[in-house]
Design a protein around this ligand. Structure first.
Ligand code: SAH
Ligand code: SF4
Ligand code: F3S
Length: 489
């Protein structure tokens, strides 16, 4: 049934990965007296993954999803608070939705996710058209909150849990290409980076039952999926302990760390690719790197946000590592996994008190690490965070923007150089579907997470192919599929 739901993914702007993506769900199930739900998601992959849980909870409460907000009985915006512009997008969207509500007065509007959690009941004062406010740990309560809102009361639940992982809920795949899917392995974050709102919006870190993760991955593989991405704000601190005796275990409780979990998922099938995000530089271990090396189907790509290349700035960001520590982790990746391992990063330009010299340290770290790609942002002060309380947001906007432009330019050059290295090599690609630009071409990703585009011929999505790389730009590798015998020969 899940697979019958066809979906589409719309990218609103390219500049800001955390705040821009919008999923619209379309629906081809018969209505038969059910009500229609429209969900739109903003922010990170975890939010998209949460929308799939919400869709599942609401289906059980008698809702079917629709791709058209205009004919929905219920509209959910799953929101992001990571930077101010992420919140502004939601506010603008609410203004548009208000028109819909005027045309169809019975329509209910719910705000879910991080912005709901951050603003709580204040949201209802600020945005009068909102009927329901629900934080990331309260999605099981949505049917009750909707019922309450149907009687004219506002429905609010922003309780943050120490246990909730939604482990038993089978997500409805919303923006699915039928090939790759996200699996949340943990929730929350205990790190308190001083710039970051996530610990306040998502609560304490907790890890999900390892067996429920493996089962979800097995089910996906059986349904034809060929890639899973394990998601968490800091996957390296994944830690799960079984309750009581586990069948086959002699020593009572079983402890599973992230390296163990990777291995458990990788063993499902060599044909199932395993990716993961996000790794924290303070926690990524050599054990994880050796596990990646041991399994061909664990992809050679690590997203390792740096945030800054300067030790003083890292310290006031409360990242709890130094420039040297970060460099040591890059060296470990290169030593254990080799130069071909894809490494990407996040970087913040213009954090409080950052000097020109410290900004240049970020650039020199990028040069050292030779990142394959990166997500780069200007610092945006978030109310309630440690940085907002302790430091003044003292770097003028034009300087932040200029530093960001410099960082982006360096990354563009590094991305191109890293892609050029692959000219003439053969890359194994999992086909995800038609390329963005032409139906005559297919696209998929290489082991290192690089987008590869090649002529369609008779190949189909979900297949693995060996592609000879013949051309590239900073964002994409171009090539053609080699016949299997040419590769073997
Ligand atoms: N858990 C991940 C990051 C999650 S947020 C990690 O620890 O790396 C994604 C990215 O948004 C962060 O890596 C950071 O680069 C950026 N970000 C977070 N808060 C920000 C802020 N206040 N201003 C600008 N960028 C921010
Ligand atoms: Fe935010 Fe830091 Fe946690 Fe990442 S590790 S979510 S940046 S507090
Ligand atoms: Fe945004 Fe919340 Fe993710 S703030 S980046 S949606 S965890």
């Amino acid at each position: 049934m899940e697979q019958r739901i066809a979906d589409s993914l719309k990218i609103l702007t390219e500049a800001d990965k955390e705040a821009c993506e919008t999923v619209r769900v379309s629906e081809n199930e018969p209505l038969s007296g059910k009500k229609r739900l429209f969900i739109e998601s903003y922010g990170c992959q975890m939010n998209f993954s949460d929308s799939e849980i919400v869709a599942s909870v609401m289906r059980d409460a008698g809702f079917v999803t629709t791709s058209d907000a205009n004919n929905a009985d219920l509209i959910f915006l799953n929101t992001c608070s990571i930077r101010d512009n992420a919140e502004q997008k939601v506010r603008n969207r609410l203004k548009q939705l208000n028109f819909i509500k005027k045309n169809r007065p019975g329509t209910l509007i719910g705000v879910l996710g991080c912005m709901a959690e951050r603003l709580k009941t204040k949201f209802l004062e600020e945005e009068k058209m909102v009927d329901i406010v629900t934080g990331p740990d309260a999605y099981r309560d949505l049917p009750r909150l909707v019922e309450e809102a149907e009687t004219g009361q506002k429905g609010v639940n922003v309780f943050l849990s120490r246990e909730e992982t939604y482990a038993d809920i089978s997500p409805i795949r919303l923006n699915s290409n039928g090939v790759s899917a996200f699996i949340s392995i943990m929730r929350g974050c205990d790190n308190m980076c001083s710039f970051c709102v996530v610990p306040f919006t998502r609560g304490r870190e907790r890890s999900r039952d390892a067996y429920s993760i493996v089962k979800e991955a097995e089910d996906l593989f059986r349904d034809g999926y060929r890639e899973v991405t394990l998601l968490g704000q800091n996957v390296d601190s994944y830690k799960w302990k079984s309750e009581g005796n586990v069948v086959g275990e002699t020593s009572g409780q079983m402890l599973v760390n992230f390296a163990n979990l990777l291995e458990m998922v990788a063993q499902i099938s060599p044909e199932l690719r395993v990716r993961f995000s996000t790794s924290h530089p303070k926690d990524i271990t050599d054990e994880v790197l050796y596990t990646i090396k041991k399994y061909d189907n664990i992809c050679n790509h690590i997203h390792l946000p740096a945030q800054s290349g300067n030790t003083r700035v890292l310290e006031i960001m409360n990242r709890t590592y130094t420039r040297e520590w970060y460099i040591d982790r890059i060296d470990a990746i290169r030593r254990i996994l080799g130069d071909d391992c894809g490494v990407s990063h996040d970087m913040i330009a213009g954090f409080c008190t950052e000097t020109e010299e410290e900004h240049r340290d970020s650039i020199s770290l990028m040069e050292y690490a030779r990142f394959d790609f990166g997500y780069m942002f200007t610092y945006s002060e978030r109310p309630g965070t440690l940085a907002a309380k302790k430091f003044s947001d003292d770097i003028p906007e034009d300087i932040k923007k200029r530093r960001l432009a410099e960082i982006i330019e360096v990354q563009r050059r590094l991305s191109l150089e890293r892609n050029q290295r692959l000219l003439g090599t053969v890359q194994r690609v999992l086909i995800e579907g038609p390329s963005k630009k032409s139906d005559e071409d297919l696209s998929g990703r290489s082991d290192q997470n690089k987008m590869v585009v090649f002529p369609r011929e008779n190949y189909e999505k979900g297949q693995y192919v060996n592609v000879l790389i013949t051309d590239c730009n900073a964002a994409t590798l171009l090539g053609r599929v080699l016949q299997p015998e040419l590769v073997l020969g």
